[in-house]
Design a protein around this ligand. Structure first.
Ligand code: SF4
Ligand code: F3S
Ligand code: FES
Length: 252
């Protein structure tokens, strides 16, 4: 095979889409120190790639101890919510070119949940709040011999809140939750909404009472951080308002 000329190699380099980007990652390893610290990594990356691709390059090529969660890599599983340039986002849905790669890209764990290592937090309190609102269809008797029918209009009533992927970007961006992790948080309320407003469900009243708690919906101060953070575009604050209204009117 012919050896490429210097000119050809320079041409190829000029055409390369790769740029050098600094990832500034907040590292924490309780086996080494009680303190978290920032660490910089420089990588070559195509700006059309995602923050998750950058984290993979670091983990696979530079430092295998870097710890983070990810699974689907396509915005479905909700496992890679993290704070990127100070805002909660999914690493797999955030393109490098969209977050000003000329400056260091800061990456840290989501707030309000205990950091276990690097970008991994303990999600158990988050999932406990989710379990507490009974996120499943409750029906009594009249077992159907086929699917439970529902009009398109009734289905539309809770369509938005069915999109939740339980990523915790909303709950971990809520100042009320930062101050008091006992608050159910927006994600649990979104998932309660999904069943409260489902015409086939028969436990709406029970769920409303669960959220009528000192740690329930009334803690929400309508700051909209949750709506801004949701990678699925769910109108989280609106859903919380609807649950509050249902509690007052008992109509849902
Ligand atoms: Fe994530 Fe949105 Fe669900 Fe909150 S409501 S957990 S931000 S998908
Ligand atoms: Fe928190 Fe969202 Fe309410 S950010 S205060 S749950 S509007
Ligand atoms: Fe599944 Fe990002 S890895 S949502």
């Amino acid at each position: 095979m012919a050896t490429p000329t210097l000119e050809k190699m320079e041409e190829a380099a000029a055409a390369s889409p790769y740029i050098t980007v600094t990832f500034r990652i907040r590292r924490f390893n309780p086996e080494i120190s009680d303190e978290a610290q920032w660490q910089d990594f420089q990588i070559e990356i195509d700006p059309k790639e995602r923050v998750l691709d950058g984290l993979h390059k670091i983990k696979w090529d530079l430092d295998g101890t870097l710890t983070f969660r990810r699974s689907c890599a396509h915005g479905i599983c909700g496992s890679d919510a993290m704070r990127i340039n100070g805002k909660n986002r999914l690493a797999c849905k955030t393109l490098i070119k969209d977050i000003n790669p000329e400056k260091p890209i800061t990456v840290e764990a989501i707030k309000g949940l205990t950091v276990m290592k690097d970008l991994v937090v303990d999600m158990e309190p988050f999932f406990q709040a989710y379990r507490d609102v009974m996120p499943f269809l409750v029906t009594k008797g009249n077992e159907p011999t086929r699917e439970r029918l529902q009009s398109a209009e009734d289905r539309e009533r809770f369509d938005d809140t069915t999109k939740c992927i339980l990523c915790a970007a909303c709950t971990s961006s809520c100042p009320v939750f930062w101050n008091d992790g006992q608050y159910f948080g927006p994600a649990a309320i979104v998932n309660a909404h999904r069943f409260i407003f489902d015409s086939r469900d028969e436990a709406g009243e029970q769920r409303l009472e669960i959220l009528n708690d000192k740690d329930g919906v009334w803690r929400c101060r309508t700051t909209f951080n949750c709506t801004d953070a949701c990678p699925r575009g769910i109108e989280v604050t609106k859903a919380i308002q609807e649950v509050k209204r249902a509690l007052i009117t008992r109509r849902y």
